[in-house]
Design a protein. Structure first.
Ligand code: PCD
Ligand SMILES: [Cu+]
Length: 805
């Protein structure tokens, strides 16, 4: 055995375990076009569904005439709310405790709302037939502004009329959904009243959309003989979907098999439940044939879950020296026609109460009011754990605004107020216990890496040159220090529709020393098959290359709550390590038995158990695996497998320091990112290459959001950005170079010390880009301006500041 000739380091390297920049095993398939997405699923006799959608943002649906559509050859059925009503399926519950129409029931509340579902023999016939469905609408007044909505006599949700209690407490107005309050209002207001300095600003984080490359879709197949429903779909939470389908359809849960095949990006868009899923299931039950529904790009942008749309009114108080004494925030949250926000049940505004950020703020108060308008429903985490990007954007803008008020350097203001390394675990004024952090170290490393002082000197020179007429370009230095909160979790705080947010992993070792692991999460491109195998490799000493990973099939995977909110590593990653440790514990008994020593007389050594003090006497994990199946210890059951359901004791708190240096042409509003530095601390790093990829992707999405991407409506409620001609997706052309860096502050409660990282680059990136724009104009008097900072809006900033002469 050449094992004996290798050093421990060489044996460890062969495992490709944690810390290894292992190449993504998924990519062999993906780069050869061998992925298997929902739209690749083809079944015998499969039918296709397509929606009739409302052209109006608010209208009464007086009648739906299906005749012409049904007369078209190849059309099998046209479903309306009337058809679904007897089954109780014309409305469905949302994750936020609201309910949502599956098909228009008497009225429509947003443009693109589903009115009828046409089922036909192929996709094209279905689309043609959808055009033939004749809907008689009566237009109603449209409200697209949440502040107006709260003053309007127009009742948007007639189904809730007279209902003064909502899912999250009292409703103040017929278009009001909930008020969520955190922190101490009176004490915070007292601090504001006495403060040396108070900066106040409205920070708007505009409506945008995750817009994954693959749109949403499903294929439902009801087998009437076995009574089994198989549902393929683009689900970020397949198990939760199975439970919800069972609860609302009455089909026993064991008779439902939900499968998430390959997913072409989720970004939060695929967490909730959509009308298309319900309609494909009903259509399959009705027709007895498999039914596929896949939306197109415009349908995805106009009807599936949007993100953000938070109006955050802020006040921040400080001493003259810049020590922050209090933070106050009132948010008006525009949820559109239904509250279909995907947050843990007890958090109607997600984790917005992380808005004290990285700073030691002794007193704080947050209130969020949810409001209905005539816009698409949703409110998902688009690459951020439940409204954390909103919170980070808010505090990182407020810090900048305060720095202006104090006439202070914004890097210094942050430094003065950071939570110190010795304050962790840190109890925040709005209720969180930050598990760990070392913000000062990260901050100094970042400032040094970009040579902050010379950048400031260059900027000062630039301002002079501009004033002297020597240049038409200004320079912005966008600073951000963010704190994320990921890994929902703890079941005591976090559940979705009553399902506790634990996660799971099951590992089965085969006799020859290879293995399969199944998890309750589901990769959408993150590379779980690569990274989770690395955790197992390090924990039990079998090569990652010999470990298969399977996710997304509810018939085989242990129950889990799915992948979003960067929870896979903090929760399922922990379950993986715990399951592996159970296996190692059994392996230790087997090894000791084979080596004829006491259990405690063997010790773990990379990929084997060796006799203490006699390292030449050992059994490798591979040998132990074989023994587990034929030479088991008398009385011990054969086999080598384990499962772990992990309920994390706390969330994890990744953080980072991002700096963006931007050049802006004041005459055209064009911008150029000259430098972007991203330092992330996600605790123990499983795969540095995947982390770097996550950061590149996330910062690019942040660039999109900050610099142009938006879901905009006109006053009639028409969506103005419903195609990729208008909705900004950066290409290689717009995407700058990034410098990535890291510090490592392990999570003290996670078995391997890892924190999530997938969302961090969005949470840190958006304020970094936006602060760069603001900072470029700060010397000319700009305090606050709303995103997205497209060329036109930047031009207007310059124009309003009188910079166009
Ligand atoms: N420390 C550490 C951490 C982490 N990691 C890695 O990294 C990744 C990620 O992770 P995380 O953070 O944990 O996360 P997840 O859970 O897995 O995932 C989720 C996320 O993820 C991200 N990313 C991504 N990518 C891709 N490609 N695609 C997609 O879709 C996506 N999405 C996005 C989102 S949006 Mo939400 O849903 O909004 O809530 S949330 C999210 C994986 O693989 C892992 O393993 C490592 O390595 N290390
Ligand atoms: Cu979010």
């Amino acid at each position: 055995m050449n094992d004996q000739t290798l050093t421990a380091e060489e044996r460890a390297a062969n495992l490709k375990g944690m810390g290894c920049a292992r190449k993504r095993v998924e990519d062999v398939r993906f780069t050869q076009g061998k992925g298997n997405y929902v739209d690749d699923i083809k079944m015998d006799g499969m039918l296709f569904g397509d929606f009739v959608r409302s052209p109006y943002a608010h209208a009464r649906v007086k009648s739906v005439n299906k005749e012409a559509a049904l007369a078209l050859p190849g059309v099998i059925a046209v479903l309306t709310a009337e058809d679904l009503a007897p089954l109780g399926l014309h409305w469905m519950p949302t994750l936020a405790g609201d309910k949502q129409m599956v098909l228009a029931d008497g009225k429509v509340l947003f443009q693109g709302q589903e009115v009828a579902f046409v089922v036909a023999e192929d996709r094209y016939i279905a689309a043609d037939a959808a055009e033939l469905v004749d809907v008689d609408y009566e237009e109603l007044p449209v409200i697209t502004d949440p502040f107006e909505s709260l003053k309007s006599d127009v009742v948007l949700r007639e189904d809730l009329e007279g209902q003064t209690e909502g899912a999250h407490g009292p409703r103040k107005h017929h278009n009001h959904i909930f008020t969520w309050e955190q922190g101490d209002k009176d004490a915070t207001e007292a601090v504001l009243a006495e403060a040396d300095v108070v900066a106040e600003e409205m920070v708007y984080y505009h409506r945008t959309h995750p817009c994954p490359l693959e749109t949403c879709g499903s294929v439902a197949s009801m087998d009437k003989v076995t009574g089994k429903l198989t549902l393929y779909g683009t689900f970020q939470a397949p198990h939760a979907i199975r439970t919800v389908v069972s609860l609302i359809s009455g089909i026993a849960e064991h008779n439902i098999r939900v499968i998430s095949p390959d997913i072409g990006g989720g970004f939060g868009n695929k967490v909730g439940a959509y009308a298309g899923y319900v309609c494909s299931v009903v259509a399959s039950i009705v027709t007895g044939k498999p039914v596929k529904w896949v939306e197109d790009r415009m349908e995805n942008l106009m009807s599936t879950a949007f993100a953000r749309d938070y109006w955050m009114q802020g006040k921040i108080a400080a001493t003259k020296e810049g020590k922050i004494t209090g933070l106050w925030c009132h948010t008006t949250a525009d949820h559109g026609g239904f509250d279909a926000c995907a947050d843990p049940t007890k958090f109607p505004a997600g984790f917005m109460n992380i808005c004290t950020g990285s700073y030691d703020i002794p007193m704080a108060y947050l209130a969020v009011d949810g409001v209905y308008t005539n816009k698409a429903p949703g409110g998902v985490a688009y690459r951020c754990s439940f409204r954390v990007t909103e919170a980070a954007y808010f505090i990182e803008r407020m810090i900048e605004v305060l720095a202006i008020k104090l006439n202070m350097d914004a890097a210094e203001l942050r430094r003065i107020n950071f939570i110190k390394a010795d304050q962790f675990p840190y109890q925040s004024a709005l209720g969180w216990e930050y598990d760990s952090g070392d913000y000062h170290t990260a901050w100094e490393k970042a400032l040094k890496a970009v040579d902050y002082d010379s950048l400031r000197a260059e900027q000062a020179q630039r301002v002079e040159d501009f004033k002297a007429g020597k240049t038409r370009k200004v320079l912005g230095i966008g600073l951000t220090h963010f704190t994320e909160i990921v890994g929902a979790g703890p079941v005591k705080n976090c559940d979705i529709l009553g399902l506790g947010m634990f996660d799971s992993c099951e590992i089965r070792i085969h006799p020859t020393g290879s293995a399969i692991a199944r998890l309750g999460t589901i990769s959408q491109g993150q590379g779980h098959a690569t990274t989770f195998a690395q955790i197992i490799a390090s924990e039990i000493g079998l090569p990652a290359d010999d470990i298969t990973l399977e996710e997304g099939d509810t018939d085989t995977a242990p129950y889990g709550l799915g992948t979003y909110g960067s929870r896979s590593t903090p929760v399922a990653g922990a379950a993986t390590a715990m399951a592996a440790r159970k296996i190692r514990a059994k392996a230790q008994m087997i090894a000791a038995y084979l080596l004829e020593v006491h259990d405690n007389d063997v010790e773990w050594d990379v990929d084997r158990f060796a006799v203490k003090g006699a390292p030449e006497r050992f059994k490798t994990m591979k040998e132990i695996a074989f023994a587990a199946y034929n030479q088991a210890i008398p009385g011990l059951e054969p086999g080598l497998e384990a499962v772990s359901y992990y309920d994390p004791p706390n969330m994890t708190y990744p953080f980072g320091a991002y700096i963006c240096v931007m050049e802006i042409d004041v005459d055209t509003g064009e911008w150029e990112v000259r430098q972007f530095y991203a330092l992330d601390d996600c605790g123990t790093r499983i795969n540095p290459m995947i982390i770097e990829g996550q950061v590149h992707g996330g910062v690019t999405e942040a660039l999109a959001i900050a610099m142009g991407q938006e879901i905009a409506y006109d006053e009639m409620g028409n969506i103005k950005t419903g195609t990729l001609m208008d909705f900004f997706i950066p290409t290689a052309w717009e995407t700058p170079n990034y410098t990535t860096d890291h510090t490592v502050t392990p999570s003290p409660h996670h078995p391997i010390g890892a924190k999530g990282v997938g969302e961090s680059p969005n949470v840190g990136g958006v304020p970094a880009f936006s602060n760069a724009v603001h900072d470029a104009f700060r010397p000319f008097g700009l305090v606050q301006s709303h995103m997205p900072h497209d060329h036109w809006r930047i031009w207007k900033i310059a124009n309003n500041l009188g910079m166009h002469g």
